[in-house]
Design a protein around this ligand. Structure first.
Ligand SMILES: Nc1nc2c(ncn2[C@@H]2O[C@H](COP(=O)(O)OP(=O)(O)OP(=O)(O)O)[C@@H](O)[C@H]2O)c(=O)[nH]1
Length: 319
């Protein structure tokens, strides 16, 4: 549809529409002086059009990304073509307060921006129009959805009782570490860990106390590990620790520190102070380890050796 204002009256209502349309309209000359500032811009900036008229945009809004906007506008003028920037590339150009402060979770208005070349009657582009769209509703619901999906994916990877990785996601990282070793041959040690006589804890103090003990062990495990280490809850009271860049000797030091920390601790469960111990089995990757499953079985055999030898200890199988 092409609009043509044929009389001053037509022109009057066209201006009236531009004034009240729910999009920000700003016309700038080549020196970035403001020639038009519609009602949307007045309402959201708090600055009247008479105040901003002929003022330099960047002097008025020093926080604007000047270099970025100049580059965009130069392209629009040179190529005589409009350009579009979505809120996902740049959340806003003008830092306007969100108009949904009560229901919204974001303080500022998300904006899409179109920059449109304006030709003079001689065909020269001497002005551009910035069109600012308020897309706060779309943006906030998309961000909320992304947040919910992240949360869901985190929940599907973690164990509810301890917050550690669950068995499935931990095992997939075990396979990743195994593949990495095959490629780079950097040391990596697996530690399997099991709470001793856990059935007795459950039987004597009840299942909720058993849960407290499991949670306590998980928290101490997390506290003992470095960022690159990966702890997971493998089964009921069994945990697996993958220690990248760690040989058997280093893993022995970490495991012994954890074993002692647990043996020295008291778990406060419903007013009772419980003590417990853990047994640990370690297996480092070697060129002879054929599969991740075999690696796991070696660590498991070391763990059962620790149980057989009297529990509350760390064992490694001879390679
Ligand atoms: N409270 C609680 N108990 C659990 C959970 N998962 C498994 N269990 C219990 O953990 C106990 C494991 O017992 P066993 O496998 O016999 O091992 P254990 O008593 O620790 O003996 P050792 O490993 O030989 O020292 C069982 O009684 C399970 O019911 C859980 O999430 N919470």
């Amino acid at each position: 549809m092409a609009l043509t204002a044929q009389s001053p009256r037509d022109f009057h209502w066209l201006v009236d529409m531009l004034e009240s349309v729910d999009i920000g309209l700003v016309v700038l000359d080549c020196e970035y002086r403001i020639e038009l500032w519609n009602g949307f811009m007045e309402n959201h900036s708090g600055l009247s059009s008479t105040h901003v008229r002929d003022q330099n945009l960047f002097s008025l809004f020093p926080e604007l990304p000047e270099q970025w906007l100049r580059r965009k506008v130069d392209t629009v003028v040179t190529l005589n073509t409009r350009t579009f920037t979505s809120w996902e590339q740049r959340p806003w150009l003008f830092r306007f307060r969100s108009t949904r402060p009560i229901t919204g979770t974001h303080d500022y208005m998300f904006q899409n921006l179109t920059i449109h070349p304006l030709a003079d009657p001689d065909g020269h582009i001497r002005r551009v129009c910035l069109m600012v769209y308020d897309v706060t509703d779309v943006a906030t619901s998309k961000l909320a959805l992304e947040q919910a999906n992240k949360q869901l994916s985190r929940l599907s990877r973690t164990d509810r009782l301890t917050g550690l990785l669950n068995r499935g996601s931990w095992e997939s990282l075990l396979h990743t570490e195994f593949a990495r070793y095959r490629r780079y041959r950097q040391p990596c040690t697996l530690v399997m860990l099991d709470i001793d006589h856990f059935k007795r804890i459950n039987d004597s103090h009840g299942h909720p106390a058993g849960d407290d003990v499991i949670r306590h062990a998980a928290a101490l495990i997390q506290g003992c590990l470095r960022d690159a280490d990966v702890a997971g809850r493998y089964g009921g009271e069994e945990f697996g620790l993958i220690l990248p860049q760690t040989d058997l000797e280093g893993a022995g030091v970490i495991s012994e520190r954890l074993r002692r920390a647990i043996a020295d601790a008291r778990v406060d469960t419903h007013g009772q102070l419980l003590r417990y111990t853990i047994s640990m089995g370690m297996a480092s990757l070697t060129p002879a380890t054929a599969t991740a499953q075999e690696w796991l079985e070696r660590a498991d055999r070391a763990l059962y050796q620790a149980k057989r030898e009297g529990r509350n200890r760390v064992c490694a199988l001879d390679d």
